[in-house]
Design a protein around this ligand. Structure first.
Ligand code: ADP
Ligand code: MG
Length: 695
């Protein structure tokens, strides 16, 4: 691979700047795709590509003029465009000492000779005046200059830049690179049969067209081809990994003894919903199969996933195995612990909770009990994946609210033991194609119904005054309420302070009621006692940060007020709303928004319109992009350059189908025509192979 430094026009200084964009080799440069494009064709249709203030035209110079001013120097050129409109182009230069000796407009004067034909790209100075023909020039190209052919008069690439680089330079480098040996010899790694089946552009052609497309249609074809390649590589990596791991049986089995499961179900006080029964059967079948389980359990907020997980964990306990459930927040871990403890005490199954605020002596005891196998069930947070946490006999791991964990954290829990059954749970459902792309051949179970008696939660936008009125009304009736404030700048610290201030104010607003406060900076015992008091209706109103987003379960609470609702993501709003409507009473959720911009409004109105978490999840995915939601964006492990997992769902679907076809024909990619593809696959994923291995 040759370094960009040796490309014409790039020296050591520019190479350093390019390195900041992770561009080191010519190949890196070629695969640095444009961020967007401008339509710089003559008479470009208004196709939404260009911002309204952008002006692009080829004109003829009528006259030029230098305008002296006190601190700046101004050069003006008057050009006639194709329709013979006169357009005034302006350049500004700061007056410097140098400008007394060198004419800063020397080059301009040379280029803007009367009657010269010139391409001008600029911005309208006064955007309000339709008839204003004055523009500030950003780039210009004499019509007969060689670089003009790729800089303008076409659909022109716009790149993400770094300090010291301009788009003009980037285009020049890219144009140079496209004529280099690297670009000419860019291997077409796609399996030929698949490329033909999908009628995809050849690799060299796609690469050329993604930078300098001849038309919008060609651009779309190029993008599709490059996205397909990325998706096919990922899908195949999963596929190969699956064949590798499938061959290895887990080497242990489960027997349904029912000595714990039967009393557990008897003690519950209610029946599982048919939907819960169905997914429990699916999970038990996986557990009994000789291959390790890798199942995602999807179910809306409040659909009863916890008890499904506990059923599986009890089956593990019946067989003398350890199981662990990992939750993203301490509050949720505590809540699970309380639920589990209540149930498991009667069954004489030992359970403990491990979080980062577990005190050292207690932590030591728990670690010892996990290591000698005497503790069968453990509930915890990230604290569970610390290196010194060792299990004697861990066979089942459950990850709750899995989308809140990064790919790496999920992988880490799995590494605790050689072979493991894995159940991940989420209320933010993932479209099947995405699930396949991200988690390989993952099995998915879905709880499609809520426990009986649940009613939709009436949701509205209202001002603070009205929200407080509703709170008072409900509390007078004997119900309870939550008032939630957003995290401020991601900092629990500042948020705790803000909530404390609001808490003091609210105590004055509601002198007749008992208020309590909950935030992440409180000690574990404090939090525990606040939660217990609220559950026992010793307090009426709980004022909190989003720490309560998951895990609080108080059936008597019927109002959820969310302050600064515009600051929350859709999934969070839905989760928060799910804290009410858990009992026999009608419940409501009130969104108090500060800025009512149209985007915020649209998002909030989605929440008001539907209580269906699956619909909300889909909209969220559209608005924020899947990377954000699946927790892969920060970690950057599964980033795509050309493909967009959401917009290119169809291409992803092709890639998954074709992967199956490819591996059926050639499971280990040994055929000579698949060699380039295999090589690229190894280059890409060898480093991250363990991340791919979730099966
Ligand atoms: P989520 O799926 O959001 O994690 P939870 O597991 O927290 O939901 O369950 C929400 C509430 O519903 C809990 O109080 C739980 O005890 C209750 N629940 C679960 N299953 C049933 C059922 N089949 N019938 C009645 N209540 C149920
Ligand atoms: Mg849950």
């Amino acid at each position: 691979m040759s370094s960009v430094e040796y490309l014409k026009g790039i020296g050591p200084a520019k190479a350093k700047m390019l390195a900041r964009l992770d561009i080191f080799s010519v190949a890196d440069l070629l695969h640095y795709y444009p961020r967007t494009y401008q339509d710089r064709r003559e008479n470009a249709a208004n196709n939404g590509l260009n911002p309204p203030s952008l002006t692009v035209f080829k004109g003829r110079v009528l006259r030029t003029q230098t305008v002296p001013a006190r601190s700046v120097l101004i050069f003006k050129a008057f050009l006639a465009d194709a329709a013979n409109n006169q357009i005034e182009c302006t350049w500004f230069k700061r007056r410097t000492f140098r400008s007394f000796r060198f004419d800063p407009f020397g080059t301009l004067k040379k280029d803007f000779k009367i009657n010269a034909e010139i391409w001008v790209i600029g911005r309208k100075e006064n955007r309000n005046n339709f008839f204003d023909n004055k523009i500030t020039v950003e780039e210009y190209y004499p019509a007969n200059a060689p670089e003009t052919a790729y800089q303008t008069g076409r659909i022109t690439p716009i790149y993400g830049l770094t300090e010291g680089l301009t788009n003009k330079q980037m285009r020049q480098y890219m144009h140079e690179a496209l004529f280099s040996a690297e670009a000419q010899n860019e291997p077409d790694i796609l399996p030929p049969a698949l490329a033909q089946k999908r009628q995809l552009l050849a690799s060299t052609q796609a690469l050329k067209a993604i930078h300098f497309p001849a038309s919008l249609a060609e651009l779309e074809n190029a993008r599709a081809r490059l996205a397909y390649e990325e998706f096919l590589l990922l899908a195949t990596a999963w596929g190969v990994k699956r064949t590798q791991t499938k061959a290895i049986a887990k080497g242990y089995g489960y027997e349904i003894k029912k000595n714990l499961l039967t009393p557990f179900r008897k003690n519950l006080g209610f029946d599982f919903t048919p939907s819960q029964k169905k997914v429990i059967n699916e999970i038990f079948a996986d557990l009994q199969s000789p291959l390790p389980m890798n199942r995602l359990l999807q179910g809306d907020v409040g659909s009863g996933k916890t008890l499904v997980a506990l059923s599986a964990m009890l089956l593990a306990a019946e067989n003398g195995y350890q199981s662990a459930i990992m939750a993203p927040t301490e509050i949720l871990a505590e809540q699970h612990f309380l639920t589990f403890q209540k149930i498991l005490k009667k069954l004489k199954v030992p359970v403990a909770v491990l979080t980062s605020s577990t005190k050292t002596p207690e932590r030591k005891k728990i670690l010892a009990a996990l290591a000698d196998g005497s503790l069968s069930v453990v509930v915890g947070t990230h604290a569970l994946i610390q290196d010194d946490v060792k299990f004697k006999n861990l066979k089942l791991a459950v990850i709750d609210e899995q989308h809140r964990f990064g790919v790496k954290q999920r992988a880490k829990l799995k590494e605790k033991t050689a072979k493991l059954d894995l159940l991940t749970m989420t209320a933010t459902p993932i479209p099947r194609t995405l699930a396949l792309a991200f988690y390989g051949d993952l099995a998915v179970s879905t709880i499609t119904q809520l426990p009986p008696g649940r009613r939709p939660i009436a949701t509205q936008m209202a001002d603070e005054y009205r929200a407080r009125h509703i709170v008072a009304e409900e509390v007078q009736k004997g119900r309870q309420a939550y008032i939630v404030y957003p995290l401020i700048e991601e900092s629990e610290n500042i948020s705790a302070k803000a909530v404390s201030e609001e808490f003091e104010k609210l105590k004055e607003v509601f002198p007749q009621f008992k208020l309590a406060m909950l935030h992440g900076q409180m000690s574990r015992t404090e939090k525990e006692s606040v939660m217990k008091d609220f559950a026992a209706h010793k307090t009426d109103i709980l004022v909190a940060t989003p720490v309560i987003e998951v895990g609080i379960d108080v059936p008597n609470a019927t109002v959820m007020v969310i302050e600064n609702a515009e600051r929350f993501g859709l999934a969070s709003l839905h989760q928060l709303r799910g804290r009410v409507g858990r009992g026999q009473y009608d419940s409501q959720c009130i969104l108090v928004a500060q800025h009512k911009g149209s985007v915020a409004r649209e998002r909030l109105s989605i929440i008001c319109q539907t209580c269906d978490g699956f619909k909300i999840g889909e909209r969220d995915m559209q608005l924020r992009g899947p990377g954000e939601i699946l927790g892969t964006r920060q970690s950057g492990e599964l980033e795509f350059k050309a493909g967009d997992l959401f917009k290119d769902r169809n291409i992803l679907q092709w890639a998954i189908e074709d992967r199956d076809e490819l591996l059926k024909d050639d499971p280990l990619l040994q055929k000579p025509e698949h060699a380039p593809f295999k090589q690229r696959l190894l280059e890409l994923y060898q480093k991250n192979w363990h991340l791919i291995d979730l099966s």
